[in-house]
Design a protein around this ligand. Sequence first.
Ligand code: NAP
Length: 311
Amino acid sequence: MENSVRDTVILGTGCSGLTAAIYTGRANLKPLVVEGHEPGGQLSITTLVENFPGFPDGIQGPELIEHMRKQAARFGAEYMYGHLVSADLTQRPFKLNFGNKTIESQTLIIASGASARWLELPSEQALIGNGVSSCATCDGFFFKGHPITVIGGGDSAMEEALFLSRFATKVTVIHRRDHFRASKIMLDRARKHEKIEFLLDTVVEEVNDVAKKEVTSLKLRNIKTGKVWDFPTSAMFLGIGHIPNAKMFQGQLDMDQDGYLKTHDYVFTNVPGVFASGDVQDRRYRQAITAAGTGCAAAMEVEKFLEEHGG
Ligand code: NAP
């Protein structure tokens, strides 16, 4: 399969990549869909999705993704595990280097999403998987019956706190300001929850205890009063946003100051034949439905591009 030039390669199996796969599949372009180290994207690590149209009672994120995968496969999408090391977008067919193989393609849809952001404290990094996590749905269960901490003030942090309240004796949301980015409905739900409490204007300076290979407490600092103290907890979950997965295109594709791919007219990058959709190019909406929408647009532009420029 890797010896022939593909019509289109789609990077990413989140909501956006899979929607692009459904559309390019139905256009008979036999898309090759590359699955990276976070298969299914953000939806696969979330719980109940209540705002995706068509599901009056909501749907579990992983189930929604599984439906999309099957739907794309039905129309001829092929899946491949791979990590894009580098890409040559200077001429068509584009050359995509996956380390063990190079794939050539006439067009490319980048739907590689965005990955969880970390605090980047050495003690935090040392304890990832041992009490430090960015995925409540993956790791929450391990802390059943223990106090848990969530960092952040956006919807992700509220969602994690609400989910973790099923397991924890108490969930403490630690936020560096006293204003929230979270939507009112999510914030209100968290505020009303009897097991959830908030520590505001507070930052984490260190995660203890690296020597014990478990989380026992957090060294916290109140940024207004300067007070520093040790806060006992069994786990720290990060809900502080995401970083776009586009580093491998540095120097070839235009990006903004935070590394999001710059697009015009929804999905066009600065290289003809290369389109970007979903969270890797959208820092404003970042919703499943908008990711699906731009995935659809990218697929339709690929079709048009191949008609105009030949395969
Ligand atoms: P976000 O809205 O960007 O919020 C990130 C939060 O983390 C902010 O409160 C930010 O603080 C804090 N933060 C960032 N870097 C930090 C650091 N180094 N140390 C401490 N705190 C830090 O990100 P998000 O919550 O992941 O949400 C992203 C998008 O997805 C939003 O559009 C959201 O509505 C959507 N979403 C929706 C749902 C849902 O509807 N169910 C669930 C999850 C996400 P500052 O405020 O001080 O910058």
